[in-house]
Ligand binder design. Structure first.
Ligand code: 6GU
Length: 272
């Protein structure tokens, strides 16, 4: 383990009374879930040794640790993106810290563009698999065998039991949960209509600028992953309208209630 990882873990651990079981990474516009955490310990990223500092608007940039639905959780309110200029080591560092703190399951969320034409803005999509469309990988470099294996298997990157649970919960809530494959592009540009056609052809259902690096590292260290996308807009060329970040945030605000209820009920039913 690197000293940075040890230092960050020790710094956070000394402020906690309980081991967090579930990690939550909250995407653009979805950070309000962390506001519901009870007896929260809040730690700004910029005071944690080894942590990068968040810059993007709509990202509070703190860990919120406490109880949610009776589960001990650690939430990232705001994440680090590759397009901000952080290296993938930095982007995925918090996932390694979560593992060191004792987390066993990781829920990753994001706002994503709809590639599947059957989707509509405001839909929630269960991520069943991903396509890394960047040529980047956070595990490039020497492998730390204490963290995980050199060649990690991603044939079930998104845990089947957690997927089943999410689908059962969606049914119980009468939520029209979509499912599909999330494509990671680096951003910060949105895709061209021609690029979206490619993604449709290769089996992508949603596209975004995050999540995949964190999931790769989560699998490297053996965390069980649940992924949920909020379809905030249709990807370029599907509707005859330009894309912008304001629309992304507006849509995530509209699905706020659905999203909160959904993730909270999954948490309430997740086995320790
Ligand atoms: Cl259309 N593309 C990407 N790469 N990220 C997004 C998006 C689209 N919509 C929200 N996030």
């Amino acid at each position: 383990m690197t000293t940075q990882l040890q230092e960050a873990t020790a710094f956070i651990k000394k402020q906690l009374s309980e081991k967090p079981q579930v990690g939550l990474i909250l995407g653009s516009g979805l950070g309000m879930l962390a506001d519901e955490i009870e007896q929260p310990v809040k730690i700004k990223y910029d005071v944690i040794p080894g942590f990068p500092v968040s810059t993007v608007e709509g990202h509070a940039g703190q860990l919120v640790i406490g109880e949610l639905e009776g589960v001990s959780v650690i939430a990232m309110q705001g994440r680090f993106h590759f397009y901000e200029g952080y290296g993938l080591d930095a982007v995925t560092f918090p996932v390694r810290v979560m593992k060191q703190l004792g987390v066993e399951k990781l829920f990753v969320t994001n706002a994503a563009g709809g590639v599947n034409e059957a989707f509509e803005p405001g839909n929630l999509m269960l991520i069943t698999d991903h396509i890394n469309n960047t040529g980047q990988n956070p595990l490039i470099g020497p492998n730390d065998n204490d963290q995980g294996v050199r060649f990690p298997d991603l044939s079930q990157a998104y845990d089947r039991n957690l997927q089943r649970l999410a689908k059962d919960v969606a049914k119980e809530l009468s939520l029209d949960l979509k499912e599909g494959v999330y494509v990671w592009n680096t951003g910060p540009t949105y895709e061209t209509p021609a690029e979206i056609k490619i993604l449709q052809t290769v089996g992508g259902d949603a596209v975004g600028m995050s999540t995949v690096p964190e999931v790769i590292v989560a699998r490297h260290v053996g965390l069980e992953v649940l992924g949920i996308s909020c379809i905030s807009n249709m990807a370029a060329g599907i509707l005859d309208q330009p894309l912008n970040h304001e629309e992304v945030i507006e849509t995530t605000e509209k699905v706020r209630e659905d999203f909160l209820r959904f993730v909270k009920m999954i948490l309430s039913k997740v086995s320790a």
